[in-house]
Design a protein around this ligand. Structure first.
Ligand code: GLU
Length: 530
């Protein structure tokens, strides 16, 4: 590794996640937040949530609540960030509402953590750059710039601002602005020579200053753009490592020049690999829509919180996304949060894109589901049965007990919690529904009505109803009819569950209780005879 090896960081590790509230928190952005969080935790440092809301035109109502809610739901708490007062000060029409119960009383010592609440600080630094001749007002209108862009297009050159106002006297520029003329402030980039940037994962890159232009650091609307506000905040908030998406790599020369202009030491840049969907496209909030259940899975744009609704456990999502683009250096995949935190390091982050592999997440989720205590599994599964209307919204204690005995039967097979209704619905119907195919194959055969009748008789005599006594009684009836193996169990399974496959038959019958089982057998006998 380079000098940015983090085995022994030289300053307090302070990382940040700096989303713009311009959409829901999608899986790719969440993964970057997770890495940032893990790095801070690994070194006992601080994880900061900063809201980059200087692009007021792109604000999306309620995205703030989604960002904070998603991070917290997945166990990524911030040490510093939005607090009750700073959120209350926002325009609720534009930002939506965040449940104050989620927010700390005191955001931290480096606040405010909303960029829109830091404008005086930006102004102070903009003035400093103007005074020092490192930045200048520029008076091109949008139309002027469009014309310049078109001309560059015609010449087949990338657009670069021509620096027309670079040497315009500051006093005159200020007078024009005071007179009401609209202007932006641009930063003076070096006009030639190399610009060196270092990325902890990729090493050094040397950029030719002639490919760079004087970028805007204050827009006409009075807000600084990302390049300025984000770097100022990273400095002011004493950020040690900027973990951000690799789309920012090409902006890094701008950022190091800004740090240089202020005489500040830049943080370590870590551009995290993109997370690609199974169509190899980058996960981003601007592409695609959340998937509709039952359609072909397209993760692009999928909100991370949606994974919880689909029945993935928080710990499984945390675990899976931590190994999406990072590896602990061996084949270990199933790790507790504690183990991940202990082992996380920058060296294990890959510089190439990572694939969001839904099947692997699903597999991992199954592992986590099997590790849950039966009581915890029941607690997590009940809402899915209620949502599927298999249980009433407020189940009685006996409905709960019955549902619990059914849910635990599926613990071994279950991969996502939302499979629960589909796997267990027949337990809750008054009578099972029989598919014509199963009726023809298992119920309408010679001798089946008599066999099921005898099973019912034998079961009717069972005293201590449980899986074991039920099995003994059923097998006894089966043997009387000379039935073995599948011939013995299949007709009973179809009669009682309406299905040809499912959880262990006798466990299922044990859970159902004698009344349900006998009613179902009687119903099946009628059909077998009818
Ligand atoms: N506000 C930027 C975004 O939403 C953050 C990039 C960064 O982490 O520096 O993309």
């Amino acid at each position: 590794m380079t000098s940015h090896d983090l085995t022994a960081p030289t300053r307090r590790v302070r990382t940040r996640f700096a989303p713009s509230p311009t959409g829901f928190l999608h899986i790719g952005a969440f993964r970057t937040a997770l890495f940032s969080f893990l790095l801070a935790r690994r070194f006992g440092g601080d994880f900061i949530l900063r809201i980059e809301d200087t692009d007021q035109a792109r604000l999306v109502t309620n995205s703030l609540a989604d960002i904070i809610g998603s991070l917290l739901a997945l166990g990524i708490g911030y040490d510093e960030g939005p607090d009750k007062a700073s959120v209350a000060a926002l325009d609720a029409e534009k930002y939506g509402v965040v449940d104050p119960a989620l927010l700390p009383d005191h955001g931290g010592d480096y606040g405010p953590y909303f960029q829109s609440q830091r404008l005086p600080r930006y102004r102070e630094l903009l003035d400093q750059l103007l005074e020092e001749g490192k930045a200048y007002y520029a008076f091109e209108t949008k139309e002027d710039l469009d014309r310049m862009r078109k001309a560059a297009d015609i010449r087949k050159e990338p657009f670069r601002y021509n620096g027309k106002y670079r040497n315009y006297p500051l006093g005159e520029a200020r007078d024009r602005v005071a007179g009401g003329e609209s202007a932006v402030i641009r930063f003076k980039m070096p006009t030639d020579g190399p610009i060196r940037t270092v990325d902890a994962l990729r090493g050094e890159t040397v950029w030719d200053a002639r490919t760079q232009d004087d970028f805007v650091i204050l827009k006409g609307d009075g807000f600084p753009p990302y390049h300025f506000s984000s770097m100022v905040d990273d400095h002011d908030m004493a950020i040690s490592h900027i973990l951000r998406s690799e789309e920012w790599i090409s902006s890094t020369p701008k950022h190091v020049c800004l740090f240089d202009a202020f005489g500040w030491e830049p943080p370590i840049f870590v551009h995290t690999p993109n997370v690609l969907g199974n169509d190899r496209k980058k996960l981003s909030k601007r592409t695609g829509a959340p998937p509709v259940k039952g359609t072909i899975y397209k993760p692009n744009g999928e909100p991370v919180i949606g994974l919880l609704d689909q029945g993935y456990l928080e710990d499984a999502v945390f675990n899976y996304l931590s190994i999406t683009g990072w590896s602990p250096g061996d084949d270990t995949e199933v790790m507790t949060r504690e183990e991940i935190t202990r082992r996380f390091n920058l060296e294990g982050i890959s510089a190439s894109p990572a694939l969001f592999d839904r099947d692997k997440l699903t597999w991992l989720n199954g592992v986590y589901l099997r590790h849950l205590s039966p009581a915890a599994l029941v607690e997590r599964a009940l809402p899915y049965l209620i949502a599927a209307k298999l249980l009433p919204a407020d189940p009685t204690p006996s409905e709960r007990t019955y549902a619990a005995s059914v849910i635990v039967l599926e613990q071994e097979r279950l991969k996502t919690l939302d499979e629960i209704p589909g796997l267990t619905d027949f337990f809750f119907y008054p009578l099972p529904e029989y598919a014509d195919k199963s009726v023809a194959k298992w119920l309408k055969k010679v001798g089946v009505a008599e066999y099921l009748t005898d099973v019912a008789v034998a079961l009717g005599e069972v005293e201590n109803w449980d899986a074991e006594t039920v099995e003994t009684a059923t097998r006894g009836a089966g043997e009387k009819h000379g039935r073995e193996k599948g011939d013995l169990t299949h007709p009973v399974r179809v009669a009682v569950t309406g299905r040809e496959v499912g959880p262990s038959l006798f466990d299922a019958m044990g859970a159902m209780g004698s009344e349900r089982v006998l009613a179902r057998l009687a119903h099946a006998v009628e059909i077998a005879r009818g």
